[in-house]
Every structure is written in structure tokens, then in C-alpha cells.
Design a protein around this ligand. Structure first.
Ligand code: AMP
Length: 134
């Protein structure tokens, strides 16, 4: 059975997509720790990020950098920089969390998640997308 993220890649379930190329996809985390919390995934379904082949792993981080730069621009004045985390305990499809942060507690995964409306998430995704340069 394909992962929930493969279903997003295949457009079988919706997501707030912020960037895409042939091999990678970035979309908003549905239960965000912060505004513009974004997940970056390889389209190829591999559970553990460090099981990706070298080329795919390097490409994933380079793609994440481009998305993070777009998040930085979108969140200018609201965050200091984009923090990075790799957890992978919930969804067995490799992904990098990009979380805009002002302080260390902004990237504390034990904190209650934020709630945004459909329209807010749509606007955030569109706002980041405008700054993405692939
Ligand atoms: P983890 O595997 O522990 O790194 O966490 C998986 C992350 O994926 C969590 O932050 C979830 O909120 C997020 N997530 C799960 N399902 C979806 C989905 N359908 N769309 C966007 N984010 C999701």
C-alpha cells in the first residue's frame, strides 16, 4: 500500500503544495508547529531518509534549501530563519520538516499543533510558492 505522501504525489489526496520538480515535492504540514511549516519529500517512496541513495539524498537537501529560501522570504519579519528536523516516526516516507523559527521552542514537536483554516493554508502555500526558484 502506498504511503499517504505517495498519495499526495499522485494527487489521490489533496495537499497545499508549495514546490515540485521531477523528483521532489514540498507541501504544508497539515498539523503545523508554526505558520509555513513545510514538508519536503522525494517522490520515490523510501521510508528512512538515510536509506535514500546518495544522489536522491543530496537532491532532496538541495530542493529543501530552495524551499527554505522561499519560506525565509515569505516569513520575513515573522521568523528569524527556517529550522530543519527529520523525524519520520509517523509517516513511513522520507521527509524533511522545514519550520520557520524565532526560538528553540518553535521547533519543539511535543508542543500543541497550530490550527489554520483551509483558506489560510491556501494563502500560505500560494505566498511561499511566489518566492520559490527551482
Ligand atoms: P513524522 O513522520 O514524525 O516526521 O511526522 C509526519 C508529519 O506529517 C507530521 O508533522 C504530520 O502533521 C504530517 N502529515 C501527516 N499527514 C499529512 C498530510 N496528509 N498532509 C500534510 N502533512 C501531513
Amino acid at each position: 500500500m502506498s504511503s499517504i505522501f505517495t498519495k499526495i504525489v499522485n494527487r489521490e489526496i489533496p495537499a497545499y503544495i508549495v514546490a515540485e520538480d521531477e523528483n521532489y515535492l514540498a507541501f504544508l504540514d497539515i498539523n503545523p508547529l508554526a505558520k509555513a511549516h513545510t514538508l519536503v519529500i522525494p517522490k520515490k517512496e523510501v521510508d528512512y531518509i538515510f536509506d535514500l541513495d546518495d544522489e536522491s539524498l543530496a537532491g532532496l537537501w538541495i530542493f529543501a534549501k530552495k524551499v527554505a529560501k522561499a519560506i525565509d522570504k515569505y516569513m520575513e519579519g515573522e521568523a528569524i530563519r527556517t529550522g530543519v528536523a527529520v523525524v519520520g516516526l509517523e509517516v513511513p516516507h522520507a521527509h524533511i520538516h522545514l519550520v520557520p523559527i524565532k526560538n528553540i521552542t518553535d521547533i519543539d514537536f511535543t508542543r500543541p499543533k497550530l490550527k489554520f483554516s483551509y483558506e489560510e493554508l491556501q494563502n500560505i502555500a500560494e505566498g511561499i510558492k511566489k518566492f520559490v526558484v527551482l
